[in-house]
Design a protein around this ligand. Structure first.
Ligand code: PXL
Length: 280
């Protein structure tokens, strides 16, 4: 049976993030996707003054229409929201579709590099904590982990063990897993660490660190990891695949900030990802 993923995040037309990064990753590996767009932006928010259209009302109407259809999903991904006012619509989608073995994956898109996104307020943070409490898998970066846990963001080489145990506790579920991205335990390397319910120590997966910062890396990472999970890889393996995918994508990526804003050139690496995931 073909797997089917519901992806709840924005459409940023320019900048290769959120839905425009996630959908091709799932689709390249044969997974059917259904988007529930939260907002339409002319670019992501690292460009000045994007045009924004808030789609909260449209989310509610879309969900009302879908309630008349026999839709079911194997995975629900929640990412970038336009604000806390969208949480009721997201909860409605979770209530409708987080059942029959569907995995709820929450990427609490609230900030990066030690800074919260401008629109992110306490209500959104609380809302993401509430979504994390229901999730099967949460995937914050180090900035978001610090926000969720109300601990200071630590720069530089770090050990993710304590954070991951605290994140798993935050889910409030004995069977949930946590992944943290942007981990650089070793100088010159970057990647992710994951903690599954049956493990006491995290698994860390690293690749050589490339100089630069590209918007959308978290969205691509989550999509690659979730695709691998849906296609029967373990979380540790899926984490390694997603780290490897980003390394493949970024090897020839522009590093200059003005160019890097256009996002990760992931298109040429989709074949690598498909092979890595499907050639078990
Ligand atoms: O990749 C995260 C993201 C998603 N959507 C929008 C963003 C960002 C990060 O800045 O601005 C609109």
């Amino acid at each position: 049976m073909q797997k089917h993923a519901l992806i709840i995040q924005d459409i940023s037309c320019v900048g290769r993030c959120s839905l425009l990064a996630a959908l091709p990753v799932f689709n390249a590996c044969g997974i059917r996707t259904t988007p529930l767009p939260t907002a339409l932006l002319s670019t992501h928010t690292a460009f000045d003054n994007p045009h924004r259209l808030d789609l909260t009302q449209d989310m509610a109407q879309t969900l009302a229409h879908w309630s008349q259809l026999p839709l079911r999903f194997d995975l629900i991904h929640v990412g970038y929201l336009a604000g806390a006012h969208q949480l009721p619509a997201v909860q409605r989608a979770v209530d409708a579709y987080h059942r029959d073995g569907a995995l709820l994956c929450v990427d609490p898109a609230m900030g990066d590099w030690g800074k919260a996104y401008a629109y992110c307020d306490d209500a959104l943070l609380e809302g993401f904590r509430g979504l994390c409490a229901q999730a099967d898998l949460i995937l914050p970066n180090r900035t978001e982990a610090a926000m969720l846990l109300d601990t200071p963001y630590e720069k530089g080489p770090d050990s993710p063990d304590k954070l991951l145990h605290q994140l798993r506790a935050l889910t409030g579920r004995f069977d949930a897993s946590a992944v943290i991205t942007g981990v650089s335990e070793q100088d010159g390397y970057i990647g992710a660490a994951c903690l599954t319910p049956d493990a006491t120590i995290p698994h860390v997966r690293l690749a050589p660190q490339l100089k630069g910062a590209w918007p959308g890396t978290g969205d691509l990472f989550a999509a690659a990891l979730e695709t691998a999970l849906l296609l029967d890889h373990s979380l540790e393996d899926a984490c390694g695949i997603a780290v490897g995918f980003l390394y493949q994508c970024l090897q020839n990526a522009p590093t200059d900030h003005k160019e890097a804003r256009y996002g990760v050139p992931f298109e040429g690496a989709l074949g690598w990802l498909r092979k890595r995931i499907l050639d078990n």
